[in-house]
Design a protein around this ligand. Structure first.
Ligand SMILES: Nc1ncnc2c1ncn2[C@@H]1O[C@H](COP(=O)(O)OP(=O)(O)OP(=O)(O)O)[C@@H](O)[C@H]1O
Ligand SMILES: [Mg+2]
Length: 507
């Protein structure tokens, strides 16, 4: 007799329904799994067999064939352990239940406990959309799935209990949905810790306001890393959709901490400069999202930018532009979203003091240009705002004056985000930095003086077409801080300043 149970599969960000068909027939005792399983799925056989025996059931000594349909999609991972086991117990008569409205995922231990798996959130969304009423998931993952309304998430801790529940001997209690209320985020760092550095703070505020990428360049100890690490404290709150999108990626990567099933604050990822290309952009033998995708809807901070391997950085060019990264596999391509704000920091030369007002740089011209050339022109072009962080002046450092707190800055950032939400309400654009070329002129109206100024700057500074677009978008954000719909010449002038460092250092 053929018995069916339902499960969910995951490939990249794509989820799909899986039918687990089990046939137990007379004949030699064999246990086969077919339907394009990879090695990890084939290992299910041993786990399922041991789990059944060690939970007090007898394992049918017959010819067992399990087919995972659709057979043309590769199945990977250990999530099918549980549905395979349930279908065998159904077929063997150990479980008597109507499971047509239920789906199962979970990895088994040899003793019959159910272990956590990755990707429960996206699979729950798929199960809900497919009309399932109940989704049986490992108990550890239940809170993650319970975030989604419209489907009961049933936590499973071991198969003995599960069998008793399905046979009506124990009650089936769905996990309680955690309210996705935003827990107030407490940062242990604050912009008020940073003395002076008003220009750099202004630039970071503009970057946060419009979602612009930013490069901080300056000598050692000038406070670049310190400034960058305070960026999350002024970023706007996440929307519900953004939370779910970002949580999906962390769920797939298995990075959700127990007790916090939802990422409710913009991620801030700062990979070390020794990170591999696959670590940064995603990939690996078992493909997983890279740092740029884990930072989706948040910030990717690359400190010591020039120390990263050049080819690792170059991989970021396309994803930064497109907001998604595609990983090629032999039989399919995987795509992960990566809409991030990039913040980068670096010294201007190997010794760090090139351009320093009082200390002499000991590097040769060649060494300086070699150092700077590790950051390529095209990558630099994708960073909207370039800002020099000079050494902090002693009178600022020793002053006891109160500096502005992150909370005060965030208020202004929130206000300009409100303006943008209104501006982009009929589009899919999230912030000024993401304005599409087709909408640029419409969204960035300038007065005549501003048009003159940007025309002159374009001719004199030899801006690339991309740099021109970036100047306009930064000016858009600066004008939003002034609550001015029309971009004026003062907004363009400030925006052009943020594009002038590449000429000082890179030419
Ligand atoms: N403006 C400032 N106000 C208060 N403290 C500061 C300031 N700038 C630097 N500092 C102090 O100096 C330390 C070093 O700063 P930080 O690590 O940010 O420098 P950096 O520019 O990243 O240097 P490097 O180029 O070596 O990475 C900080 O931890 C902080 O204690
Ligand atoms: Mg630093």
């Amino acid at each position: 007799m053929v018995v069916y149970t339902k499960s969910m599969g995951l490939f990249g960000m794509n989820t799909f329904e899986v039918d687990v068909e089990t046939d137990i027939a007379g004949g030699m005792a064999v246990f086969d799994i077919v339907g394009l399983p990879d090695a990890s799925v084939k290992e299910s056989r041993d786990r399922v067999r041991s789990a059944i025996r060690n939970s007090g059931f007898s394992f049918p000594l017959k010819k067992i064939t399990v087919n995972l349909a659709p057979a043309n999609v590769k199945k990977a991972g250990s999530v099918y352990d549980l549905p395979i086991l349930v279908s065998i117990l159904l077929s063997a008569g150990e479980i008597n239940a109507d499971l047509s409205d239920s789906a199962f995922i979970g990895e088994l231990s040899l003793s019959g406990e159910v272990r956590a798996v990755n990707g429960v959130l996206p699979m729950t969304i798929q199960a809900m959309e497919k009309g399932f009423k109940r989704f049986f998931v490992p108990a550890e993952n239940a809170a993650e799935g319970a975030v989604i309304k419209g489907i009961d998430i049933i936590p499973v801790s071991d198969i003995k209990t599960l069998a008793a529940q399905l046979n009506g001997k124990l009650p089936i209690i769905p996990a309680k949905a955690d309210s996705i209320g935003r827990k107030p985020c407490v940062f242990d760092v604050d912009f008020s810790d940073v003395k002076g550095q008003y220009e750099a703070k202004r630039a970071l505020e503009i970057a946060a306001g419009g979602g612009h990428n930013i490069l901080l360049i300056g000598s050692p100890g000038s406070g670049k890393s310190m400034l960058a690490k305070r960026l999350p404290s002024i970023l706007p709150d996440m929307t519900f959709e953004e939370m779910i999108e970002t949580t999906k990626i962390h769920s797939i990567a298995g990075l959700l901490a127990p007790g916090s099933p939802v990422i409710s604050h913009r991620p801030f990822r700062f990979p070390h400069h020794t990170v591999s290309a696959a670590g940064l952009a995603g990939g690996g033998s078992i493909p997983r999202p890279g740092e740029i995708s884990l930072a989706h809807n948040g910030v990717l901070f690359l400190d010591e930018l020039a120390e990263f391997k050049k080819n690792t950085l170059e991989i970021l060019r396309q994803p930064l532009e497109d907001g998604k990264v595609t990983i090629s596999r032999v039989n399919a391509n995987l795509t992960y979203p990566c809409s991030v704000m990039l913040i980068t920091a670096m010294n201007p030369c190997p010794c760090g003091y090139y351009g320093h007002p009082s200390r002499e740089c000991t590097c040769s011209k060649k060494a300086i240009s070699q150092y700077l050339s590790r950051v390529s022109g095209p990558l630099l072009d994708r960073i909207d705002i370039h800002i020099e962080v000079p050494p902090v002046e002693f009178n600022h450092l020793s002053s006891s004056e109160n500096t502005e707190t992150s909370k005060e800055i965030k208020k202004r950032v929130d206000r300009v985000r409100q303006i943008q939400n209104h501006r982009f309400r009929k589009t899919s654009i999230s912030c000024n930095a993401k304005i599409t070329p087709a909408l640029l002129q419409k969204m960035c109206p300038m007065d005549d003086k501003a048009k003159n100024v940007i025309g002159n700057a374009f001719d004199k500074l030899g801006l690339s077409a991309r740099a021109y677009d970036k100047v306009l978008k930064i000016a858009r954000t600066i004008a939003d801080f002034d609550e001015s719909e029309i971009i004026g010449s003062q907004h363009i002038l400030e925006a052009v300043q943020y594009r002038s460092l590449d000429r000082k250092y890179w030419r």
